[in-house]
Design a protein around this ligand. Sequence first.
Ligand code: IDP
Ligand code: MG
Length: 141
Amino acid sequence: MKERTLSIIKPDGVARSLIGEVIKRFEQAGFKIVAMKMVHMTKKEAEGFYAVHKERPFFESLTIFMSSGPAVVMVLEAEDVIAGNRELMGATNYKEAAEGTIRSEFATDIEKNVVHGSDSPETAAFEIAYFFNALELVGGS
Ligand code: IDP
Ligand code: MG
């Protein structure tokens, strides 16, 4: 089924000039970009985005990192793109990420792992609406 997911090239990926590298992989996988912009989140905005993790020990560090510089937020559309994007990204911990995945090749730390991707249709809907309104989403085909 055709679906949409939220992708973020995190501040480490932008700072290390990996925007083109990441987008190339999405396009080669057949994902259509139906919305895209750069954002420099405030600490509060990062906390709202990652609210599901607010009880986790890494929440403070994660939200400082995510608000430390500009990020690229995108909505990707394709068949089964939520799982497909998670597969391209690789495991959260880059040391456990499969060879050839974005995190395996480019992450430097369990936190600074270059990309974010929604993990379910429910989180995708919340995360897309967090950054984009309906008029900002073009019809991908
Ligand atoms: P995900 O990004 O693969 O979905 P989540 O468990 O949702 O992983 O965690 C969100 C983000 O929090 C991760 O991408 C990573 O940046 C950071 N993170 C997750 N687990 C840890 C940890 O154990 N230590 C430090 N940062 C972590
Ligand atoms: Mg997650």
